[in-house]
Design a protein around this ligand. Structure first.
Ligand SMILES: [Fe+2]
Length: 272
């Protein structure tokens, strides 16, 4: 079984003549077919709007027949279509689709399961010189972390992280005899932090990842931990776990201008 992993497509970041949303779906569809993938995992941040993200997956599925699983990223919660949905409603919206389920594991075959959970940042990846109160302001050097204005969970970020981790823990407990692929959006390993000291990321690393998943790697047989959010393309092995970050990222971050090349380079393939 061939499983492709990609994240942070940000299909609506550029609405220019040179890069349209269709370019993302067509290029990704071609890559899915070229690799003969059975399953595609998208680790969040398809777009800045839940409906657009959902339609993208529908279109991709129709074009390729591939089975898609997805965890919403922080951007997918931004609600640019401006309907009345709250962050919580958008979460429920994604849960009502067949692409996302954080309440039960997906059986991939007799041995392997997929566990999906967006995870949330808990500020523990920042430099210790900042207090939690300072980080909770989500403002630094005149810049504002945009989730502050675009997302409202009705609780603090560390509380959201803790709740999401608790749910992930329940699902993992139900599949403790299985080999597990865990898919999150935010990072669950500090190796994916922006190296510090760093003028901005000493602060902004706060919003990169969570420590609430740490104990899961000792307790459960997580062979692959797939994530997005950081816009690096990285793979790290620790113990029996391969941590995979397969971010496409923003065009300005790409080494080349060529979406076909970049999509191919970003996608990682897991064979089980
Ligand atoms: Fe992103």
């Amino acid at each position: 079984m061939k499983i492709g992993v990609i994240s942070d497509l940000h299909i609506d970041r550029y609405n220019s003549e040179t890069l349209k949303q269709k370019d993302f779906s067509l290029t990704l569809a071609n890559e899915v077919s070229r690799q003969a993938l059975d399953i595609l995992l998208i680790a969040g941040d398809i777009s800045n709007d839940h409906i657009r993200s959902y339609r993208f997956m529908q279109a991709l599925e129709q074009m390729t027949g591939v089975t898609i699983y997805f965890v919403p990223g922080n951007h997918d919660f931004w609600n640019f279509s401006g309907d009345a949905k709250s962050t919580r409603d958008i979460y429920e919206y994604f849960k009502a689709t067949k692409y996302f389920n954080d309440e039960a594991a997906i059986e991939l075959n007799d041995e392997w399961v997929l566990v999906m959970n967006p995870a949330w940042y808990d500020y523990t990846y920042a430099s210790e010189r900042f207090s939690m109160e300072r980080l909770a302001k989500r403002e630094y050097y005149g810049g504002t972390w945009q989730d502050k204005v675009k997302i409202d969970w009705g609780m603090t970020d560390p509380e959201v992280s803790s709740k999401m981790a608790a749910r992930a823990g329940q699902v993992l407990e139900s599949v403790k005899d299985k080999k597990i692929i865990l898919m999150t959006h935010v990072a669950t390993n500090k190796a994916f932090r922006v190296p510090m000291p760093h003028r901005l990321f000493d602060y902004y690393n706060a919003f990169i990842g969570t420590s609430d998943f740490d104990s899961f790697y000792d307790t459960y047989d997580i062979r692959y931990s797939v994530m997005g959010h950081i816009h690096f393309r990285h793979q790290v092995t620790e113990g029996d776990t391969d941590y995979v970050c397969a971010c496409l990222g923003y065009k300005r971050e790409w080494p080349t201008e060529d979406i076909v090349h970049e999509m191919r380079h970003a996608m990682q393939v897991i064979e089980i």
